[in-house]
Design a protein around this ligand. Sequence first.
Ligand SMILES: [Zn+2]
Length: 236
Amino acid sequence: MAVHYRTQGFILKKEDLREADQVFVVYTKDFGKLKILGKAIRKIKSKLRAGIDLFYLSEIEFIQGKNHKTLTEAIVIEKFKNIRNSLKKIEIASQIAEAADNLITGQEQDEKVWNLLSEVFEKLNNWKLEIIYYYFVWNLLSILGYQIDLYHCVKCQEKLIPGLMNFSSESNGIICLRCSDDSTKDKILISPETIKIFRLFPDKNWRILSRLKIEQEQGKELEEVSQSYINGIISK
Ligand SMILES: [Zn+2]
């Protein structure tokens, strides 16, 4: 008889397959990121349907087959109703799920990632803050070993002094103006205000984060720097 595995998981992605099947990308508490097949789950009579859906936290049970894991039971723990009722929040949750799926590669249990996901889903459910996506991404990068030094130039190691600087995903960090020559091709201008926002993320101080006013210019820099760094990591 097949062994049944039981755990909790955040449903990050779902995709329809043929014959009413669906495949889910789930970040689980005990096994890390998994792909699990929901057999005939789109049929009205399916007992699994109610227990699992995009951005749910569910208790799941599955069996390991030869080629894939198959869902055998699903019970919803938290539906995150406020996320599901807001297009903006669904967009942020999708960005979080996409980043998690792209950056977490191996199937490995990690309590820190689990806690981070629990934290951002809860925050996103209760608050409407775009910063939650960047908070998630930079804390995830740090857990995965990709943290950057936000206080020193990656080239000369000198302490960064307020002023315009460059971010380079190729160099894995911030480059002071003195060291920014033409040999750095992928550099992105980054302002001291934006660096200050990045420095807030490791502290996890939501009292400060929730009051943060982000100007359009900083929003653009946050997006460019994050995307460039993620792309650099994925393409390695
Ligand atoms: Zn320098």
